[in-house]
Design a protein around this ligand. Structure first.
Ligand SMILES: NC(=O)c1ccc[n+]([C@@H]2O[C@H](COP(=O)([O-])OP(=O)(O)OC[C@H]3O[C@@H](n4cnc5c(N)ncnc54)[C@H](OP(=O)(O)O)[C@@H]3O)[C@@H](O)[C@H]2O)c1
Length: 295
């Protein structure tokens, strides 16, 4: 049987409709939601990503405060910018696009962003809440993965989810979310030192790939009937394309898809969901602004 294609492109469009209503209600109530995006330097991938975030914010009625700064920006200048945005009551969400140009301290930046405006959910305070099972914000990529499954009726409770990758952006926070009471997956997190990896992946009811290794997960690593979520976004050379490359995931779609009951495409799977979850967090931050009872 053909697998179900879990389209993040379609679903993010649907969720954007909901967010548009939420943003309009907030604006009508005198709190127009606003997201500040800081981008340093001229990394083309970061520029594309930030442009997509700004366009998506515009579509749902979230105002943007874009701060494009040169790669030569000093740590002090960057921190002054963040402090100003922290202090600005009209700004509800702040994100600083990573990676930063060489020489700048990303950890200091992550810690400086006001946790109440930390819509990426990278601040240690918010990561702590997430680890305790009482998240204020849901980290964007893991939340996108969960939303893709729940809105497609994929049962997670009691399932064995094997995650390839333990990054602070994807693998680790996803493992926390999935193992929360109420979500109730049984989670195995694999990394570069994991032994007998294929033995583990073949036990997965749901396999999530987030390693950044293009087309690495092949059909023989996947159990018949599994659900496969491909977080990877990798550029590989392709002379037949105008730009000279194409995007592929961490999963070898051709050999894996026939074994699955549901699978995400790349592009158009998890990627669009990540941006939509960022917008959802910004709406939430705007709702919580001024609410002293919020965590
Ligand atoms: N769709 C989206 O919105 C989105 C968002 C974020 C990232 N991504 C994509 O997702 C991919 C992963 O990015 P990331 O930032 O989450 O991770 P990352 O920081 O690049 O880390 C990669 C992870 O994969 C593990 N790994 C590497 N080789 C391995 C191997 N042979 N066997 C098992 N594990 C291995 C690493 O293990 P160690 O810890 O042992 O080194 C590490 O935990 C990239 O393609 C990235 O572009 C997509």
């Amino acid at each position: 049987m053909e697998p179900r294609i879990l389209s993040g492109k379609v679903l993010s469009g649907e969720i954007e409709q909901e967010l548009r209503r939420d943003a309009a209600a907030l604006t009508a109530g005198g709190t127009p939601p606003c997201l500040a995006v800081i981008l340093l330097g001229d990394n083309p991938a970061s520029h594309t990503y930030v442009r997509n975030k700004i366009k998506a914010a515009e579509r749902v009625g979230i105002a943007s405060r874009d701060r494009f700064m040169p790669a030569t920006t000093s740590q002090a200048e960057l921190e002054a910018e963040i402090s100003a945005l922290n202090a600005d009551p009209a700004v509800h969400g702040i994100l600083c696009q990573m990676p930063l140009p060489e020489g700048l301290n990303a950890e200091r930046v992550t810690r400086l962003i006001d946790p109440a405006k930390d819509v990426d959910c990278f601040h240690p305070f918010n990561v702590g809440l997430l680890a305790m099972g009482i998240p204020r914000f849901y980290p964007c990529t893991p939340a996108g993965v969960l939303e893709l499954m729940s809105r497609n009726g994929i049962e997670v409770s009691g399932q064995h989810v094997v995650i390839l990758g333990r990054s602070n952006i994807t693998g680790r926070p996803l493992s926390l979310l999935l193992s929360h009471k109420g979500t109730d997956a049984t989670v195995t997190v694999c990394h570069s030192r994991t032994r007998e990896l294929a033995t583990l992946t073949r036990q997965a009811d749901i396999l999530v790939a987030a390693t950044g290794i293009p087309q690495w997960v092949t059909g023989e690593m996947v159990k018949e009937g599994a659900v496969v979520i491909d977080v990877g976004i990798n550029r590989i050379d392709d002379a037949s394309r105008k730009q000279g490359y194409r995007l592929v995931g961490d999963v070898d779609y051709a050999t894996v898809a026939p074994k699955t009951t549901a699978i995400t495409p790349v592009p158009g799977g998890v990627g669009p969901m990540t941006i939509t979850m960022l917008l959802r967090n910004t709406i939430q931050a705007a709702r919580m602004a001024g609410d002293s009872s919020a965590i």
